[in-house]
Design a protein around this ligand. Structure first.
Ligand code: GLV
Ligand code: MN
Ligand code: MN
Length: 400
C-alpha cells in the first residue's frame, strides 16, 4: 500500500500526461484532454484508497474519507498547469495528500472529523484567464455571470465549456464551502526561500497581493514592406513601452513584481503591422498603494506611447486579490507540530488564498532545488517530497 501510494510513485504515474513537446514541460488546461486524464487518474487512485469522489458544481473534485460532513479537514491542490509549466505546481499537493491518506490508513489512523482530498479546477487561469476559478466560483469571489462569459483562446465561453464538461450550473456553492472546517494546501515552493534556509519544508505565512490587467492598443494594420515608418500607426510600440514601464515601475518599489508574459498581436504575421496588440500585465506588491501606483505608471506610459504613434490604448483590470495572511493560530500550531519549521511568505497565488477569506487556511511549502517555477526546470528533490508527505501526515494526525 505505501509503495502504491508513495508521492514519488504517484508523480511518476502522471509524468507523461500533458507533456508539451513545443514549449517543454507540461500544458494541462482545465477540461482539456490532459487535464481530463488527470481527473480520471485522481478518481481511480482515490477510489483505490476507499475514498468517495464527488465532483462539485464548479468542476472541483472532493474525495471523502468517510462520510462528507461539516467542519471537515480538507487538503489538496490542483492538477492544471501554466502553459509549459513544471511537474510539481499543483500535482505535488494532490499526490502528497493521497500519499498521506495511504500512509495513515496503513497505520490504522481514522480521522475524527470529516476529511476530504480536493482538486481545484483552473487554478492557474491558463485557459479562461482568471486564476483559482474553481475556488472563486465555489466561494462566490467571482459571479457566475462574469465567469460564464470568460473566453478561452478559441473563443469558447466558460459557460459552454463547463456545460459540455457536465457542469450545467456553476456558481457559489454554499454547501461545499460550509463543509470546509480548515484547508491545508501543500505546494512546491516557487522561490529560493527553503534553499537559502537549507530546510525541506516550511509553513506559509502570507501571499502578496496580486492582480492581472489587460492592455489593448489599437492602431492600423498595414504592410510591413510598403508602409513608410512615418506613416505607421503600429500598436506594438506602445505594447513594448508597457513591458519596459512595468519593469521600471516595479524596480522602484521594493518587494514589487510586474510582468508581461503574454502578448498577442492581431493578426500576428511577420510581414504585417498589427492592427491591435493585447498584453497581459501581472503585478504583485507589498501594498495596494504600490500595486495601484505601478498600474497607473504603466497605463500612463502606454497611453503616451500610443498617442505618439497615432494609436489608442486602454487598460482593464481582470482580477485583483488583496494580501492574504494565513490563519496565525493554525500556522503556529502546524509549525509547532512540525518542530518549529520555517515560516515563509510567497508571491504566488493559490486556492488556499481564496479560501482564507472564509475558513482557517494554511500552506506547507516543499523545497524546490532549482528555485524556478512556472517553467520546466521546476523541481522537488526526493528527500523534500518525502519530508512534505511526512509533514502533511503529522499535520493531519494533529488536526483531523
Ligand atoms: C499562480 O501560480 C500564480 O501565482 O499566478
Ligand atoms: Mn502556479
Ligand atoms: Mn499552484
Amino acid at each position: 500500500m505505501t509503495n502504491d501510494f508513495g508521492a514519488l510513485r504517484l508523480l511518476g504515474e502522471i509524468e507523461d500526461t500533458g507533456r508539451d513537446p513545443h514549449r517543454g514541460g507540461y500544458s494541462r488546461h482545465v477540461f482539456d484532454a490532459a487535464e481530463h486524464d488527470l481527473r480520471d487518474w485522481f478518481i481511480e487512485r482515490a477510489q483505490r484508497l476507499g475514498l468517495n469522489v464527488i465532483p462539485d458544481r464548479n468542476g472541483n473534485l472532493w474525495a471523502w474519507w468517510g462520510e462528507p460532513g461539516p467542519d471537515a479537514f480538507v487538503t489538496g491542490s490542483h492538477l492544471d498547469s501554466v502553459p509549459g509549466g513544471g511537474a510539481h505546481d499543483g500535482p505535488l499537493g494532490v499526490v502528497s495528500a493521497l500519499a498521506a491518506v495511504g500512509r495513515l490508513q496503513q497505520r490504522g489512523f481514522v480521522p475524527n472529523r470529516p476529511f476530504a482530498v480536493t482538486v481545484f479546477a483552473e487554478e492557474e487561469g491558463s485557459r479562461f484567464g482568471i486564476a483559482c476559478l474553481g475556488s472563486r466560483l465555489l466561494s462566490g469571489a467571482i459571479s457566475v455571470e462574469r465567469a460564464g462569459d470568460l473566453k478561452d483562446a478559441g473563443g469558447n465561453r466558460f459557460a459552454d465549456v463547463a456545460r459540455a464538461a457536465g457542469l450545467p450550473t456553476p456558481g457559489r456553492d454554499a454547501e461545499a464551502l460550509s463543509r470546509i472546517g480548515m484547508f491545508v494546501e501543500l505546494h512546491v515552493e516557487q522561490g529560493k526561500g527553503l534553499i537559502d534556509m537549507d530546510a525541506p519544508v516550511a509553513v506559509g505565512s502570507s501571499i502578496l497581493e496580486h492582480g492581472r490587467w489587460r492592455i489593448d492598443v489599437r492602431g492600423q494594420g498595414n504592410h510591413a514592406g510598403t508602409t513608410e515608418i512615418t506613416d505607421r500607426r503600429d500598436p506594438m510600440l506602445a505594447a513594448a513601452e508597457a513591458v519596459l514601464a512595468a519593469r521600471r515601475a516595479a524596480s522602484r518599489r521594493a518587494g514589487s513584481r510586474a510582468t508581461i508574459g503574454r502578448i498577442e498581436p492581431v493578426p500576428g504575421g511577420t510581414n504585417v503591422i498589427a492592427s491591435r496588440v493585447s498584453a497581459w500585465l501581472d503585478v504583485r506588491a507589498d501594498s495596494e498603494r504600490d500595486t495601484r501606483d505601478i498600474i497607473a505608471e504603466v497605463e500612463q506610459a502606454v497611453i503616451d506611447a500610443a498617442a505618439a504613434e497615432g494609436c489608442t490604448a486602454s487598460v482593464v483590470e481582470e482580477s485583483y486579490s488583496g494580501e492574504v495572511r494565513f490563519d496565525p493560530a493554525l500556522r503556529d500550531r502546524i509549525a509547532a507540530t512540525l518542530g518549529n519549521v520555517p515560516v515563509l511568505p510567497t508571491g504566488a497565488g493559490h486556492d488556499a488564498g481564496v479560501l482564507a477569506a472564509h475558513v482557517p487556511t494554511a500552506m506547507l511549502f516543499v523545497r524546490n532545488p532549482s528555485g524556478v517555477s512556472h517553467a520546466p526546470e521546476e523541481g522537488a528533490d526526493d528527500a523534500a517530497v518525502e519530508a512534505g508527505v511526512d509533514a502533511l501526515v503529522r499535520t493531519i494526525e494533529e488536526l483531523a
